[in-house]
Design a binder for this molecule. Structure first.
Ligand code: NDP
Length: 309
């Protein structure tokens, strides 16, 4: 089936592109994928999206964006795009139900997925004590002991959130300092339930029935290294994200980290009518408001392009 404009992704970038494109009478079709609402729905309160002085629940924010897009005529499909051919227009997309769609313009807003350390034990205990989403799984660790890996804003946010549920939270940080913004660092360092383990790496996990602890090493690779075991019930990864760009190769260009390259400050990918918006093309900011803005830009570019062909 042919569509004028397809938007892939249902985070702030995808929904905002749909709002702008719908309002421009482009009747966009949006592929929502496995996680409607995108990465934002795995956080709790969004405190820094303008317009909500008391903050807003992340799911509510995304529901509102979706409704706004629907009001302007966007059609939603619950599918994932698994493969594409962007060699010429019309562009071809294949979905997870094996159906095929074509389009004249495409907005890629597929976001980024959580990274893991690469330990075999992460796979072994996935869903049995290992998680990359505190908001999704924190509930299971009420009054228990957990560890969060990472020293960025995500890790600090997750550690703070978990401290409202768990009795004790360890933050495992590989360097001797946190990379997070000052306000997040302060919240972590002043939280009596959180203990930061600086210069510490994880070698593995252990447990008979799910995670019961982690094998840690202080200062891996240095002479004064110390290995020890830490008893924990849950192990949360918060070490960054990997952009969901693979399925658009080799048609779009990516940088060394996998983020889709765009032209200057625009969402243009270099392929006519194909745009990349949000975290899939943003190695720096990864903020809902910035993703939303880039979605708006992509829709405006798509409108101009569709009017010109
Ligand atoms: P970052 O890339 O900022 O931080 C990743 C952290 O994980 C770093 O401390 C890094 O260590 C550590 N890390 C990476 N790989 C490993 C590894 N293999 N072993 C151990 N530690 C590892 O990612 P975030 O997801 O925290 O944040 C991404 C962006 O989103 C940032 O710009 C951030 O500001 C923003 N953000 C903003 C929020 C807010 O404003 N409320 C909330 C969440 C994110 P090292 O420092 O040594 O490299």
């Amino acid at each position: 089936m042919h569509h004028k404009l397809i938007i892939i992704g249902s985070g702030p970038a995808g929904y905002t592109a749909a709002i702008y494109a719908g309002r421009a009478n482009l009747a966009p079709t949006l592929l929502e994928g496995m996680q409607p609402g995108g990465q934002l729905t795995i956080t709790t309160l969004v405190e820094n999206y303008p317009g909500f002085s008391e903050g807003i629940d992340a799911n509510e924010l995304m529901d509102q964006m979706r409704q706004q897009a629907e009001n302007f005529g966007c059609t939603f499909l619950p599918n994932e795009c698994v493969r594409c051919d962007l060699s010429q227009r019309p562009y071809h997309l294949w979905l997870d139900d094996e159906s095929e769609l074509t389009c004249d313009a495409l907005v890629i807003a597929t976001g980024a997925a959580a990274k893991y350390l690469g330990l075999d034990d992460e796979k072994k205990y996935q869903g049995q004590g290992v998680s990359a989403c505190a908001t999704c799984d924190g509930f299971f660790y009420r009054k228990k002991t957990v560890a969060v890996v990472g020293g960025g804003d995500t890790a600090c946010e997750e550690a703070n959130y978990l401290s409202t549920l768990a009795s004790k939270v360890y933050l495992i940080v590989r360097k001797n300092h946190l990379r997070a913004s000052q306000i997040m660092q302060d919240r972590v360092l002043n939280n009596p339930k959180i203990e930061v383990l600086f210069e510490t790496n994880t070698l593995g996990l252990f447990g008979e029935q799910g995670v019961e602890g982690a094998h840690l090493v202080h200062r891996m690779g240095e002479a004064d290294e110390h290995r020890y075991d830490l008893a924990i019930d849950g192990f949360f990864l918060a070490i960054g994200h990997k952009p969901n760009s693979e399925r658009f190769l080799p048609w779009v260009q990516i940088d060394e980290l996998g983020y889709i390259k765009t032209e200057g400050n625009s969402p243009r990918t270099g392929l006519p009518g194909v745009y990349a918006a949000g975290d899939v093309a943003d190695p720096h900011y990864r903020q809902a408001v910035i993703a939303a803005a880039s979605g708006a830009k992509a829709a405006m570019e798509a409108e101009k392009y569709l009017n010109s062909i």
